[in-house]
Design a protein around this ligand. Sequence first.
Ligand code: ASP
Ligand code: MG
Length: 466
Amino acid sequence: MKFGGSVLDSSSKIKTLVNIVNSFKNLEGKDNEIVCVISAISGVTDKIIMLSELIIKGKRSAIKTFIDEMTRLHLDLINNAITDQKLQAEAKKVILDTMKEFQAILEGLVLISEITPRSLDHMLSFGERLAAPIVSYALRNNNLDSDFLTGKEIGIVTDSNFGEARPLMNTTKFRVNAKLIPLILEGKIPVITGYIAADQHGYITTLGRSGSDYTATIIASCINADEVYLWSDVDGLLTAEPLIVKDAQVLDEISYSEAAEMVLFGAKYIHPRALEPVMDSNIPLRLRNAFNLSHPGTTITQNLRISNNIIKSIIAIRNTALIDVSGGGMVGSPGTAANIFDTLAKNKVNIMMISQGPSESSISVVLRKDDLGKAITSLELKLLGKVIKHLNVLEDVSIVTVVGSGMRGIKGIAGRVFSSIAKEDVNVIMIVQGSSELNLAFIVRDDDCEKAVRSLYKEFNLGKTF
Ligand code: ASP
Ligand code: MG
């Protein structure tokens, strides 16, 4: 069970968490074994990142303000969530000792006003390292035996790609099993810091933002868990954005590959690689709302019941821009696409959508609006006037994606999609469908986005529960 920051940021929420663990432990008379993975308290990771920016500027005074605020935040949770005096005192000591270590590191970093990716990961690890002990003591406070451990201690080993580290799964599996299984057999509920691990040299790494999801699925696949719960404060994945479509429904079951298309942009953000470990070992992933237990949430699995719904969800991705790169010199000249993508990649521009027609005279790429400046400058400097003759830019466009594995091999879906939005007088600027036929994505003007989503919602009856 992974608990996100939004399930941790008040003592009453921590009590909710404890109740969930307690009730699942004895669910239906079974003695279930539970491993908890904990995020930082909501907002803490962002605050550490902000502090790192001040440290680079040499702002020493920011450290004390930060340490005071963090100490108060975590001690307050302990005061209200842990009633047993002895446990409360122990938990406070852990927090104060951790804070002392954190402060010493920050004071050192500000002296040289430099933060490397490695030292940033070390800083970020404190968010989770402060949260996990509180949860573990709160469980003990309710007579549940528990230990807390970091991702490093539990044996998650990654490459040294600080900030976006990837697990070395074979080593990790071996170490995690050796460490975790004995704890579970002793009847303990291990509480593990999400998001953080260590590389082969023992340096702390992080798995990328929202990495606790990933920690949970990595551990689940190592110990071959029966299921993974990601607890947060939303009911699950939706058929559309509730801001656009009022009666958007929670999907009760979807496949891993459908989920992979949705989790980045839907109501519930999940770490993009978190699906991999459970997908490989076929472990169901349950998205549940900790504050709405009567709602079954969304289950992500392989074995799908036959669904009548060809389309599962419609996703709108706002704040994107399109660059159309063209020039006669591109036709029949191998390496042009590679050149364009390489230039963008070197400047850290992520491409969201690509299309090229068979005439090869233009390539369109869609990217985040925030990256547009960087993208145009780098393409102009590197390629304009050579193979490329024009850069045509469209700001204020949206991607609309229609997701559903039911589209595969069914004729006429694209026809229905485009005639339904044509009836709304929406112009389609670019279209992409992967050959997996799992999704169909197209670009419209941002002003047209809501109209397009609503008309598709109606066309494919997504308002009905299924
Ligand atoms: N605390 C980390 C973040 O905010 C990891 C997580 O929440 O899963 O990104
Ligand atoms: Mg989070």
